[in-house]
Design a protein around this ligand. Structure first.
Ligand code: COA
Length: 432
């Protein structure tokens, strides 16, 4: 199998290989109020303890919408808003503070049970949202400033900061803040590499279809042109996720917090279980380095077995590793392609070792890899690319615009190895 997909995420060995990648990074984990109340929350906190032990810096934010609604029902006190986005009147703010105390307590209690130090902070200064379209939002606020130094000091002392959705203004007056927004603001201030929104939903659905990954730009386009294709309350989380990517947080995960092992699976496997919202698509393709050799070898092993790809030893991959380009999703390599520009016919480049992990098939990754390799070939002076394929030739012709050609388009030295291999691959070319 591919790198990591065959290893159970909870397997220590599987996890340890990620240590150098994630060490020292900051993850903001935002727990919906429903998730804090869910029986799986204890497991989430254990997972957070695993992340901490791997040197990942964690900040926890929590929501309170569910608890405000519950309190409102139990005490028969009507509320004007439960999500921190609408108008919060004095009674709503009062319930929000009570709900927040309860939820923060549960979070800190659970962290304590996992041997983790934690502290509730007042690191967020808020300002009132004010009057919008003529409506005074009263005690609803937005983030004015995050005290980064304070949070960094806590993290540096192995303390997990817990930030609740009640900020304070300059004069110390409390204001209710939406927790999705809070997570995005904290991630920006702390240069976090991820926000993980733990929600009571499988992930982001567009027109009822679960999205495993989507570029922030594409999601913004959906939110602007067809907002109804995303159900509330995920629409608001999605909007905050887009904002977070645009303000510099590279990856946002929307994950079902009720799933056992969901958090570890999402972070430590190639096949995430929720939705990943990420930045620019081509930024995901990069030239391979020596560190990627093993991952490329493992990735292509299955295709070699099925004779879709030619066998290459790890040493052979390492020798020419600069010929490989890899497609990374959330620091996992999920596709590769190699490109060789022939010295004897400078104008022809061969594209090989094209492989996309089955989980990511039919999402345009293969096409993107071929296009990218073509772009690189052109940059290096090639005027045409050639690909040899035994089982995917119609992918090259129908999807990527290649044409079938005679084998003698190959340079002499390559023709010789082609004949010797006995694979009888089809020869496909495309002018650049
Ligand atoms: C071929 C391969 C790279 C395509 O990757 P992908 O990311 O799924 O491709 P895209 O999403 O860009 O394009 C998908 C389209 O390609 C076509 N396609 C995919 N695999 C194909 C194959 N083996 N043969 C013919 N057409 C194929 C289909 O028309 C598909 O359309 P659909 O999504 O509407 O069904 C991938 O299937 C793979 O890694 N296969 C195993 C290794 C291999 O054969 N490599 C090529 C060696 S030269």
């Amino acid at each position: 199998m591919s790198n990591g997909a065959d290893i159970k995420p909870t397997d220590l060995r599987g996890i340890l290989k990620y240590v150098p990648r994630f060490q020292g990074q900051t993850f903001v984990i935002s727990c919906d109020g429903i998730i804090v109340a869910d029986e799986n929350f204890a497991n989430i906190l254990t997972d957070i303890a695993v992340l901490r032990s791997l040197g990942i810096k964690i900040v926890i934010v929590h929501g309170i919408g569910h608890q405000i609604e519950e309190l409102s029902r139990i005490r028969s006190i009507p509320i004007t808003d439960s999500q921190g986005t609408g108008v919060a009147d004095a009674a709503t703010l009062d319930l929000a503070i009570r709900a927040s105390s309860r939820v923060t307590h549960l979070v800190i209690e659970g962290l304590t049970q996992n041997g983790l130090k934690a502290a509730l902070t007042n690191a967020v200064r808020a300002v009132p949202l004010g009057i919008i379209k003529g409506v005074d939002h009263q005690f609803t606020g937005r983030v004015d400033r995050v005290d980064k130094e304070f949070l960094a000091q806590l993290i540096g002392s192995q303390v997990i900061p817990v930030v609740n959705p009640i900020g304070f203004d300059r004069d110390g007056r409390p204001l209710r803040i939406n927790s999705d927004l809070l997570a995005a603001e904290l991630a920006e201030a702390l240069n976090a590499t991820k926000i993980i929104y733990l929600t009571p939903h499988e992930g982001l659905e567009i027109n009822g279809k679960l999205q495993h990954q989507i570029a922030a730009a594409a999601l913004r386009a959906v939110l602007e042109s067809k907002p109804d294709s995303i159900n509330e309350p995920m629409r608001s989380t999605a909007a905050h996720a887009v904002k977070a990517v645009e303000t510099g947080t590279p990856r946002i995960h929307l994950l079902d917090g009720r799933l056992l092992d969901g958090l570890l699976n999402e972070i430590f496997s190639n096949e995430g279980v929720g939705t990943l919202i990420h930045g620019n698509e081509y930024q995901q393709i990069r030239q391979a380095t020596k560190r990627d050799v093993r991952a490329i070898y493992n990735l292509t092993r299955q295709a070699v077995k099925r004779e879709e790809l030619l066998y290459r030893t790890q040493a052979a991959i390492e020798k020419n590793v600069e010929q490989f380009y890899v497609f990374e999703i959330d620091e996992n390599i999920i596709a590769c392609v190699s490109l060789q520009v022939y010295p004897d016919r400078q104008k022809l480049a061969e594209l090989g070792s094209l492989y996309v992990m089955p989980f990511y098939h039919h999402r345009g990754v293969g096409k993107k890899m071929v296009e990218y390799a073509g772009m690189m070939a052109r940059e290096r002076g090639a005027t045409a690319v050639v690909a040899l394929s035994t089982q995917a030739f119609s992918f090259f012709t129908s999807v990527c615009g290649f044409e079938e050609a005679e084998k003698d388009v190959l340079p002499e030295s390559r023709l010789k190895t082609y004949e010797e291999s006995g694979r009888n691959s089809k020869v496909l070319t495309k002018k650049l």
